[in-house]
Design a protein around this ligand. Structure first.
Ligand SMILES: NC(=O)C1=CN([C@@H]2O[C@H](COP(=O)(O)OP(=O)(O)OC[C@H]3O[C@@H](n4cnc5c(N)ncnc54)[C@H](OP(=O)(O)O)[C@@H]3O)[C@@H](O)[C@H]2O)C=CC1
Ligand SMILES: O=C(O)CCC(=O)C(=O)O
Ligand SMILES: [Mg+2]
Length: 744
């Protein structure tokens, strides 16, 4: 290994991966004269599957466990990682990926959706490592700093995106549980001294079932024990479904089955079964025999009944339709294709789906392709209330105006698998009625206890002390650097957050906060306070736990900028390194479809441009490389110019797309470098590129546009053919030649 300063660039999935294949040669061309190495780390879902099953593969097919290696790298002070959004796979996506890999000659075992033997159970658990949010928790060894850079905010002010109107008469609302959910029965404590604990269930009959053998806890760590009652959840669903039917609004369920990969598929499945109650009662045995698990969505059911003889299948379909007749209309994910809210648990992901609904004036698409008012069902009340508050606000004040609204950056507690998002290995569907205890392994002392019933979802969450200290420090630093007030969204009535408040109050004393406006407010008050400021054009930092970090960093960017893809998303790693995420959004599967059908990639790499500039700046500071700093400064200027000149990708085929936008970024970056006075060597180095790209602008754009309008074959979805992707993503011989002239 050389000691050259290195940026590690992740290769992920779908649209971001496609864009990366075009962008990496640009990055390498520009960083080369500063002696910066750019390494690749393939953390795609396909690579993660292959890394997990070496014994099924030939020597040549095996791949190293890049994700684990990258996870280790985040603990080193010189880590500099650009992290693109990756697929957090649902079971259906996992199965599709396995099928594609098998078809490509990788002898992977089938996914056992209904495991019977111990061997099958072990296999399912092994595949489980590749599902859900399997990447981010491994890499996020730091807290989160997400904001709209000034240039991006200014651009949005000058070029406002569409915002639908809100009516005061809108019947759209949020429904959440009012008892029996995680919020209402939560217990929490801060540990005095390190301990090892186990999670056990003492059943009514006196039997002890150890659900988790050992969790090693640190001194000062906050732990919570909470459960969701199955009975309360089912009652809640029944009432909400009926209420939507009676009042004539559409029903839509919003969960986060990707990040909450154990609990939310169960929460989702109960809703689907309740909606189709009569059909499930009638055909329960048949569904079991087919191995149907609606925790994976109705898509799984329809796929499995397709194997039945026609008459039997038709009967089931008739019964499902009969249920629909008596139930409210469902919000659609894709009305043209008849895909409902229940199709797959990861089709409606709450952090993005609720803001999209609010932006659309509180409406979602119905089966007839028209926008309609909805009952947004978010069972867990813990965070659902913020959405009702913003809905109330919009009904009263109307839609937000991107031209005048203030900005809401976020400082989020995230490090070391903080809070709910780190709780998967400590989440259980309770097998029998009993008492669920978190018990000290050495002394037998019961730390937290809950009375639970069969089918309840019980979990333990943790947040370590060091990440909390770091989060408070980051909040103070951001408040100081931005001059904005900072609000900790913490609710003293929630046991966990009450423990956090104690620590926040204490750790704030470690810092000089003179002249800063730092407050602590419960979520609903914090939302109201922030929104009152937002409509007056005032900025407010939200300082939140992990879930609200996720929710708010889609919510506010989608209102302010139209998308969270334009966010700067930094993870200052606690060990001293940095990870730079690109935006806050996901990988938008429909973008790939447009590319393969029409050879147009609408994905906007702006988040990547912003991330790279910060990555270069940090690398410059840490390694004392003035050249890296110049690269950072000029890249920022080029990004500003890209926005001013409106060279972002268009969603429409036949217009400038991701590739065109990358070309303009390269042109402006080269021009900025050639024009700057800080480093004469770099100016001279990039002058010829600036000239050739400038002179050939029309020709390159024409070459890039010429390929659009026809299908493009990338040789796969989860494991595309890299050579094909590179050829498709780099169709301009003139642009490629100009980069190659500098040795790219
Ligand atoms: N950090 C990560 O690794 C994350 C990964 N994900 C994963 O991404 C997938 C999709 O998740 P979903 O919740 O639908 O969120 P997305 O952010 O992918 O989708 C919401 C919408 O935002 C727009 N969008 C997002 N990013 C861009 C971009 N760079 N350029 C242009 N438009 C963009 C698209 O809208 P339109 O085109 O209509 O304008 C898209 O349909 C899932 O697999 C999820 O797990 C999700 C969030 C973060
Ligand atoms: O890891 C994931 O699945 C999604 C992450 C996410 O939505 C976020 O961090 O904003
Ligand atoms: Mg998110």
């Amino acid at each position: 290994m050389s000691n050259d300063p290195t940026i590690i660039y992740t290769l992920t999935d779908e649209a971001p991966l496609l864009a990366t294949h075009a962008f990496l040669p640009v990055v390498r061309t520009f960083t080369k004269p500063a002696g910066i190495k750019v390494d690749e780390a393939d953390i795609s879902v396909a690579a993660r599957i292959l890394a997990n099953f070496p014994e099924y593969l030939t020597e040549e097919q095996r791949v190293p466990d890049v994700l684990s290696e990258l996870g280790k790298k985040t603990l080193e002070p010189d880590a500099n990682i650009i992290k693109l959004p990756n697929i957090s796979a649902s079971v259906a996506q996992l199965q599709a990926a396995i099928k594609e890999l098998q078809g490509k000659g990788y002898a992977l075992p089938d996914y056992p959706s209904d495991p019977k033997t111990d061997e099958e159970k072990a296999l399912k658990a092994r595949y489980g490592k590749c599902t859900g949010s399997a990447v981010n928790p491994v890499l996020r060894e730091g807290n989160s700093d997400r904001r709209a850079p000034r240039a991006v905010k200014e651009y949005a002010r000058k070029n406002p995106h569409s915002m639908a109107e809100w009516s005061q008469a809108s019947r759209t609302h949020v429904s959440h549980m009012t008892h029996g959910d995680f919020y209402h029965g939560e217990k929490s404590l801060t540990l005095q001294g390190a301990r090892d604990v186990k999670m056990e269930l003492i059943t009514k009959s006196g039997q002890t079932i150890v659900l988790k053998q050992k969790v090693a806890l640190q001194d000062g760590e906050i732990i919570d024990s909470m459960f969701m009652s199955r009975k309360a959840l089912l009652d809640f669903y029944e009432k909400q479904i009926e209420d939507a039917k009676q009042t004539g609004v559409m029903f839509s369920l919003h969960v986060k089955a990707t990040m909450m990969k154990v609990s939310h598929p169960i929460v989702f499945g109960h809703c689907v079964r309740m909606f189709y109650k009569e059909a499930f009662e009638k055909h329960g045995a048949l569904f079991d025999s087919l191995g149907i698990n609606v925790n994976n969505g109705m898509a799984d059911l329809y796929n499995k009944i397709a194997t039945l003889p026609a008459s039997q299948r038709e009967e089931v379909e008739r019964d499902l339709h009969a249920c629909q007749e008596n139930r409210p209309a469902l919000a659609m994910v894709d009305s043209a294709k008849g895909i409902t809210n229940f199709h797959s648990p990861n089709d409606v992901i709450v952090d993005a789906s609720m803001p999209a609904m609010i932006r659309a004036g509180g409406k979602m698409y119905g089966a007839d392709g028209r926008l309609k008012e909805v009952k947004a069902v978010i069972p867990e009340s813990t965070f659902a209330r913020i959405y009702q508050e913003i809905i109330n606000f919009c009904k009263w004040h109307g839609a937000f105006d991107p031209r005048t609204m203030g900005t809401v950056p976020n400082v989020g507690l995230m490090a070391q698998q903080a809070e709910e998002y780190g709780s998967h290995d400590k989440t259980f569907e309770v097998p029998e009625d009993g008492v669920a205890n978190i018990t000290d392994l050495a002394t037998g002392e019961v730390l937290l206890t809950q009375n639970v019933e069969q089918g309840d979802i019980w979990r333990m969450c943790q947040v370590k002390d060091a990440p909390i200290r770091d989060w408070v420090k980051l909040a103070v630093t951001r408040a100081r650097n931005s001059g904005m007030p900072a609000v900790f969204w913490l609710d003293p009535y929630r046991p966990h957050e009450n423990e956090l408040i104690k620590k926040v109050t204490l750790y704030l004393k470690d810092h000089d906060t003179t002249g800063l406006d730092i407050q602590i407010m419960s979520q609903v008050r914090a939302m109201r306070y922030t929104l009152e400021r937002v409509i007056r054009g005032l900025d407010t930092i939200s300082v939140t736990g992990n879930i609200l970090r996720d929710y708010l960093t889609d919510l506010f960017p989608i209102m302010e900028l139209g998308t969270s893809a334009k966010m700067l998303s930094i993870v200052p790693l606690m060990a001293g390194g940095g990870m730079y995420e690109t935006g806050a959004g996901g990988s938008a599967p429909k973008h790939v479809q447009q590319l393969t059908e029409e050879n147009h990639l609408r994905w906007d790499s702006l988040g990547e441009f912003l991330a790279l500039a910060v990555s270069l700046e940090e690398l410059g500071i840490k390694t004392g490389s003035d050249k890296a700093k110049v690269l950072a400064k000029t890249l920022d200027a080029a990004t500003g110019k890209l926005l001013d000149n409106r060279k972002s990708p268009s969603p429409k085929t036949g217009e400038l797309d991701n590739r065109g936008s990358q070309f303009y970024l390269s042109l402006y970056w080269a021009q900025e470098l050639a024009a700057q006075k800080d480093d004469a060597e770099l100016a001279a180095y990039f002058a010829p590129l600036a000239k050739s790209l400038g002179e050939n602008e029309q020709k390159i754009v024409a070459e890039l546009l010429a390929v659009q309008g026809q299908p493009a074959d990338i040789g796969g979805y989860y494991l595309a053919d890299t050579a094909k992707v590179k050829a498709i993503m780099r169709p301009s011989a003139t642009f490629n030649g100009a980069l190659e002239a500098l040795g790219a």
